[in-house]
Design a protein around this ligand. Structure first.
Ligand SMILES: [Zn+2]
Length: 266
């Protein structure tokens, strides 16, 4: 029965997000699928964590629009999220709600779920709020090197603080709403740290192996492929071609989970 409620809630949220242009058509279909499993298999606690991520990240994408306008072309996608982005951000969480269904007594399902959402939430908050940093960011692999705002792999004080906040909000909800035994302040810190680590790993991949392209018309580096915002075809300049932004987000969530679960095992 819960799966039916999950399906209905997922369809409602996805439709509202589609109408508000937070999701593209493919993104709405993917979000309905992810939502049905997370709401339907998990339940209301799981729904609250997912919705907190979804609503705050969509909201922050819209906020400060003016300041971010010039940066938009650096990011591969606008604020309308497609299926790749939905699975990139929610894929690991979906996996862990299924692990919880198989092993309901274990904390692994809930902690893994929370850590993955803490990581993608940290990453989204950092990306959206990091642009407000007064000075240009520094490269995570070379902190002496300043880079243009919006460059993959760039980190800043504002971005890192935003990342910590984004992570700690999810971690706090995870502690308050735990469906599998009591979580403590130590878990709050652990999940917060895991989320921050995931978002730093995301920046690290952005600085090293993520696929990057170049627009010959604008003479600019971009994540966009095959076409740039100007309509010109972009040229691959570095990174692994298959490792696009969606896979980097997936890796961000997976890395957060790995940190949280390995600490849990100690
Ligand atoms: Zn261009």
């Amino acid at each position: 029965m819960q799966i039916v409620f999950g399906f209905i809630l997922a369809i409602i949220v996805a439709t509202l997000a589609y109408r508000a242009h937070s999701l593209s058509r493919s993104g709405a279909v993917a979000a309905s699928f992810v939502g049905t499993i997370i709401f339907g298999v998990g339940g209301w606690q799981w729904a609250i964590l997912l919705l907190t991520f979804f609503i705050t990240s969509s909201g922050l994408s819209r906020a400060f629009k003016q300041r971010k306008q010039d940066l938009n072309e650096k990011f591969s996608k606008g604020h309308e999220r497609d299926a790749g982005q939905v699975f990139g951000n929610g894929g690991v969480a979906t996996l862990f709600v299924m692990i919880h269904a198989l092993y309901p007594e274990s904390m692994v399902g809930w902690v893994g779920f929370a850590a993955s959402l803490a990581a993608v939430n940290a990453d989204t908050w950092a990306t959206e709020l990091g642009v407000l940093n007064p000075t240009p960011p520094r490269m995570i692999t070379d902190l002496k090197k300043r880079v243009e705002k919006g460059t993959s792999g760039g980190i800043s004080l504002w971005g890192t603080v935003a990342s910590l906040l984004g992570s700690s909000v999810i971690a706090l909800l995870a502690v308050l709403l735990s469906p599998t035994g009591i979580l403590t302040t130590a878990h709050w810190f652990l999940i917060t740290f895991a989320g921050l680590a995931g978002s730093l790993f995301d920046s690290f991949l952005g600085a090293t192996v993520q696929a990057m392209y170049f627009c010959p018309t604008d003479k600019k580096e971009t994540e966009k492929h095959p076409l740039h915002t100007c309509g010109m075809e972009t040229i691959h300049i570095r990174g692994w071609k298959w490792l696009d932004n969606d896979w980097v987000n997936f890796a961000c969530g997976a890395f957060g989970v790995m940190i949280a679960l390995s600490a849990l095992a100690v």
